[in-house]
Design a protein around this ligand. Structure first.
Ligand code: ZN
Length: 302
């Protein structure tokens, strides 16, 4: 259990749930990453619950210690959540670390981490007997049909003492009521695509950091770490994406780096519909986060 303990419900929520299904739980929490990797090897850990960015960090720390999580540990499952992440990130973590990575969802107000993907990995099942989920237009509050992106609203059906009726969580998702191949009939939500309050408005266009991640992970020459810097020059918003070049693509040849920079700018512009500047930085230079990652620096004084 490498989510934080304390008042954040991720830690104790997953801890008690895992014990309930008969698992032995190591309450390692976040931090002291070298020791976590030693424990993982000594005690033959098979599953880890943490944020995707922390697992990424663990993989890098392990490599620095000369440990391949894929080859030198028994880890085979990642239960990842508490921050938005993308399908590309899942693919990379699964291949690199030799695991299957499942998306998990919950908030402290709802009762902690409680909704997860099944083995199909096609969206998070919302257990219909304990929660009723709607997706609404964040501006008007109008309910949207399944398949449309909007803000998640939850009514808890069994919660006692702290009732929640049509509670606006602020997470952006899409409701999926199609039957799941696993046979369960509980509705699903697609990956959380961001927070209503994370949504950046750049030159009047809605941009989610998860869209940037999605694009970057499709480009093999860039690494997994990036930062978005929003600023305002005169009346115009500017958006700069600082991204680490992958170890393999990193070279001193300015011309090659320029080609990569142009390609990344083009892909981002096509996807986001807004001009984006790209700054390529050396591998390992952007800040790493052990809890939820902070990918956006907004320098606009509005
Ligand atoms: Zn399913």
């Amino acid at each position: 259990m490498s989510y934080g303990y304390g008042l954040f419900t991720g830690g104790l929520g997953v801890h008690y749930g895992a014990e309930r299904v008969g698992a032995t739980v190591l309450p390692t929490s976040v931090g002291n990453t070298e020791r976590q990797i030693e424990l993982m090897q000594d005690l033959h850990t098979t599953a880890i619950a943490c944020t995707p960015s922390y697992l990424l960090h663990m993989g890098e720390v392990a490599e620095k210690m000369g440990v391949s999580i894929k080859n030198d540990t028994d880890l085979r499952i990642g239960i990842l959540g508490a921050e938005p992440w993308s399908e590309q990130m899942r693919g990379r973590l699964e291949e690199w670390l030799g695991i299957r990575a499942y998306d998990i969802y919950g908030t402290s107000e709802l009762s902690g981490p409680m909704f997860t993907e099944c083995s199909e990995q096609q969206g998070i099942h919302i257990w219909g007997d304990i929660a009723l989920v709607e997706v609404v237009d964040p501006e008007t509050g109008e309910a949207l049909p399944p398949g449309e992106r909007g803000e998640m609203v939850v009514t808890m059906l069994q919660k006692e003492a702290f009732p929640l009726v049509r509670y606006r969580i602020g997470d952006i998702t899409v409701l999926d009521e199609e039957p799941c191949a696993c046979g369960r009939t509980h509705p699903r939500i697609r990956r959380i695509q961001g927070r209503v309050d994370d949504m950046l408005i750049v030159r009047g266009i809605n941009v989610f950091p998860s869209q940037v991640e999605h694009v970057l992970l499709e480009i093999p020459e860039v690494g997994r770490h990036f930062q978005i810097v929003i600023d305002r020059k005169g009346a115009l918003d500017t958006m700069l994406v600082r991204v680490e070049v992958s170890e393999e693509a990193f070279s001193d040849k300015i011309t090659e780096l320029m080609v990569i920079k142009k390609a990344v700018e083009h892909r981002l512009k096509t996807t986001l519909n807004v001009a984006v500047g790209v700054e390529l930085v050396e591998p390992g230079t952007l800040p790493r986060f052990e809890g939820k990652s902070k990918k956006v620096v907004d320098r606009r004084s509005l």
